[in-house]
Design a protein around this ligand. Structure first.
Ligand SMILES: [Mg+2]
Length: 260
């Protein structure tokens, strides 16, 4: 018998690959819509999906529809809006509570006056979450904090999460770690060793979840982190994924001549 997570006769565990999107698979841009998506990105991610027998998912702050737009026609397993939306590997969707969707809309309305007064601020309404971007007006960070905290006063089931030049209000019940755990309970992820790669503070929950499940968190760039490993930049992430994919493919089909 082989060890759990190991192919018979192989030395490498079967991996489940999870990655963040912005700042990890693509470079961060001035606004969420102005990211430069390489023309072959969807093709590369589709290859990874097949190399890992569909045990590959994105875990992102963006909405699933947003990711689909960038990767069209590819539709990957995705946890969107920090896990409050989730498309499983079989294509089915986990739906969000209507009350949380309405609450997010109310938070958007509460912070709209600030964004109207300062056009350099960008509100990104999501289904069940709200992001307030101040990348083009960093001097307004404090004002953004105050507006968001006031907006959340009436919505204690939401948490304020700071990111890179962005503040996000999202349901407290969801985070990227919970999304990773939810995938890991399902086929084809279950029983595999999870790897999660991300670059931002909201990725910390997923680093911890991957490591608590016997896997590894990989933090892109500097900054304190719970992740056990670190990687330099977006191109290194792609190189790592290519390498892991090659290993996964090389060890399939099972080598019958090796002892089981
Ligand atoms: Mg990121």
């Amino acid at each position: 018998m082989s060890e759990p997570g190991l192919l018979p006769g192989s030395v490498s565990p079967l991996l489940a690959i999870f990655t963040d999107f912005d700042g990890t698979l693509v470079e961060i841009a001035e606004t969420p819509d102005s990211i430069d998506v390489p023309t072959d990105l969807a093709e590369q991610l589709d290859r990874i999906l097949h190399e890992f027998d569909h045990a590959f998912a994105l875990i992102t702050g963006r909405e699933i529809a947003d990711i689909d737009r960038f990767l069209s026609p590819l539709q990957l397993p995705v946890a969107g809006a920090h896990g409050s939306q989730r498309r499983r590997a079989d294509g089915t969707l986990e739906q969000l509570d209507e009350g949380l969707i309405a609450a997010a809309q109310a938070i958007v309305q509460a912070i709209e006056p600030l964004a109207t007064a300062h056009p350099d601020l960008l509100i990104e309404p999501k289904e069940g979450a709200v992001a307030l971007h101040f990348r083009q007006a960093p001097e307004l960070e404090r004002a953004c904090h105050i507006a968001m905290e006031e907006a959340l006063f009436d919505h204690p089931d939401f948490t304020l999460v700071p990111g890179k030049m962005v503040l996000e209000a999202r349901p407290s019940a969801f985070d990227k770690g919970g999304a990773l755990r939810a995938f890991m309970q399902e086929e084809p992820f279950a029983g595999r060793v999870p790897i999660f790669i991300g670059d931002d503070r909201t990725d910390e929950d997923a680093f911890r979840a991957a490591q608590e499940l016997g896997g590894v968190g990989i933090k892109l760039g500097p900054g304190s982190t719970a992740a056990r490993m670190r990687i330099a930049d977006v191109s290194s992430v792609h190189a790592l994924l290519r390498g892991l994919g090659e290993i996964a493919t090389r060890e399939r089909p099972l080598p019958e001549t090796l002892p089981h």
